[in-house]
Design a protein around this ligand. Sequence first.
Ligand code: HEC
Ligand code: HEC
Length: 406
Amino acid sequence: MRKRTAKKIPASHDILLWICGTVLWTLFTPVQTVAADFTLANQCPPGFALDDSNQCRLRSLYQLYDSLQDQGLGGLKTALPSHRDGFSPQQIDLGRLLFFDPVLSGDKNLSCANCHNPELGFADGLARSVGANGQQHARSAPSLWNSAFLKRFFWDARSNSLEDQALGPLFSEIEMANTPEQLLANLHQVETYPALFAEAFPEDENPLVVDNIVAALTAFQTSLISLNSPYDRYAHGDSSALSARQLEGLNVFRSFVARCSQCHTPPLFTNQQVAVIGTPEPEGLPRDIGAQATFNAKRLRGGFKVPTLRNIAQTAPYMHSGRFATLREATEFYTKGRGHAVPEGEELLLHWHISEPNLSETELDRLVDFMGALSDESFKPSTPRRVPSGLLNGRPNFSIVELSGE
Ligand code: HEC
Ligand code: HEC
């Protein structure tokens, strides 16, 4: 919560003058000047420990487990895949400020957080995102939780690193619609950014460059760790962490009938592969060919990266085009018949794990209960109450000032 500091009220005859003064000061103080007092954190976010070289290293109970990948999928004590860490607290904190600052977009009206809103599981609650120019994106905004572990980014797996990925939204016409020159010019104009970049990248002669913008954004995103859900507590040995219904759901999820865990493999609940499962496109829209374009491979037509199911209860609507409004609808898709949503004349090579599980209504409900046990936002970073540019987010669905944090 925001702290309120009580102000001393001056003597009565001065009250009117004091009120007028305060109002005028608030109205006419240029927004930029409030930025001068920004400092960067010198501690790592929760879940990380600072090492001797000022780098934050991930700490998780999963690091105690050997990989059981060859001993059956979906095991509780399966190790985590390799991850990105080793950023300094200052780099992570600078990335946080940049992530929430609309100064990154061409029209200074749209921040990363508009489409990856921490209050909405780092997604935006829309079926398909809307960019700086009001243009609708063809796809929905994925959650960014646990992206430290991902090897491929975007629904069609067209990017191999967070650094490469960030160049997409920054300079895409349908997202933030900026140019490298404009972006650098805008950041240089904000009084504090040159100093903050120097603090975060002390060894660089010229720290305010696109590479470091992207490095700081990567540092922040790799700090978004969600591995303390009821499911995780259960996996680490707390048998009371899941309700009876969630446990029933876990068993359906892992069963060779439903086969969910073959693709949504614990502990990340994605095997990071591309799969063609044949989800429907929104009414009237053409087939999104997905990974076919990335790999120039016809067999991957309509293939998408298996998304994580971490914090999935927070990120409706679902699938690449947000076609399903609820988790129940998204789950039902899997039991309506293999290929039922593929239009006639469309040839998709559906993955062999997409089968005919004939799940009962109760089993579907239990799967939804179980996916609810994958929620953990305990390490949610605080939303800055103000950002160095002094700009506020212009989007009606997002307002920095109304959110708590420092
Ligand atoms: C206009 C809304 C919008 C904005 C602004 C936006 N994104 Fe995205 N983001 C999306 C959409 C939509 C996708 C999926 C695009 C696709 O798969 O083709 C995406 C995908 C991603 C991914 C890939 C996640 C994954 O699991 O594959 C990352 C990471 C990401 N964005 C980070 C950022 C960062 C960092 C910024 C700010 C520099 C940003 N985004 C700005 C909408 C947005
Ligand atoms: C063959 C691999 C595969 C199997 C098996 C599978 N999924 Fe998926 N799942 C995917 C892919 C790929 C997507 C993204 C598809 C798209 O966007 O069109 C997805 C998307 C989802 C989503 C939406 C995620 C989001 O962020 O929008 C949910 C929920 C989901 N799956 C749950 C399940 C459940 C429950 C089961 C078991 C009944 C299951 N999946 C079985 C591959 C699989």
